[in-house]
Design a protein around this ligand. Structure first.
Ligand code: GTP
Ligand code: MG
Length: 135
């Protein structure tokens, strides 16, 4: 069994989609092992998205992810990272996310794509430590 870090991003929280996301995680069969509503400071945002530091959208991404509270979760189950990525859908809600996924069902724009999920078991380990150091 494996763990993954999931975020309901500020757009998902402000649009009232936290319950929807958690419901889909639970129905998939992933187990919730941590859950917290929290504000993200710039340092946490920079560390979380460090791999994108050189991208042209990095500034916008930091501003967005620190713009309001997020819900951070750790989920657990077989192939948890890949399983949640399947629920989330591809990065672009219109061009890439499969119909029926969270991003396809609720999103329109690549920046406002509602959720984050660790992209591999290795990323998950790093991100779980970053967000929930006591876990
Ligand atoms: P995360 O789960 O949030 O990491 O998304 P992802 O793994 O599907 O995509 P990626 O890691 O490549 O990009 C991280 C986040 O940056 C995305 O979820 C988007 O919110 C944002 N992003 C990616 N590409 C673009 C872009 O071209 N423009 C803008 N404005 N934002 C982007
Ligand atoms: Mg990513």
């Amino acid at each position: 069994s494996e763990r993954s870090l999931v975020l309901v991003k500020p757009d998902g929280v402000s649009r009232g989609l936290v319950g929807e996301v958690i419901s889909r995680i639970e129905r998939k069969g992933l187990k919730l092992v941590a859950l917290e509503l929290r504000n993200v400071d710039r340092s946490l945002a920079e560390q979380h998205y460090a791999e994108h530091a050189e991208r042209p959208f990095f500034g916008d991404l930091l501003e967005f992810i620190t713009s309001g509270p997020v819900v951070a979760l750790v989920v657990e189950g077989p192939r948890a990272a890949a399983a949640f990525r399947q629920l989330a859908g591809g990065t672009d809600p219109v061009e890439k996310a499969a119909p029926g996924s969270i991003r396809a069902d609720f999103g329109l724009e690549v920046q406002f794509n509602l959720v984050h999920g660790s992209d591999s078991p290795e990323s998950a380990e790093r991100e779980v430590k970053l967000w929930f150091p006591d876990l």
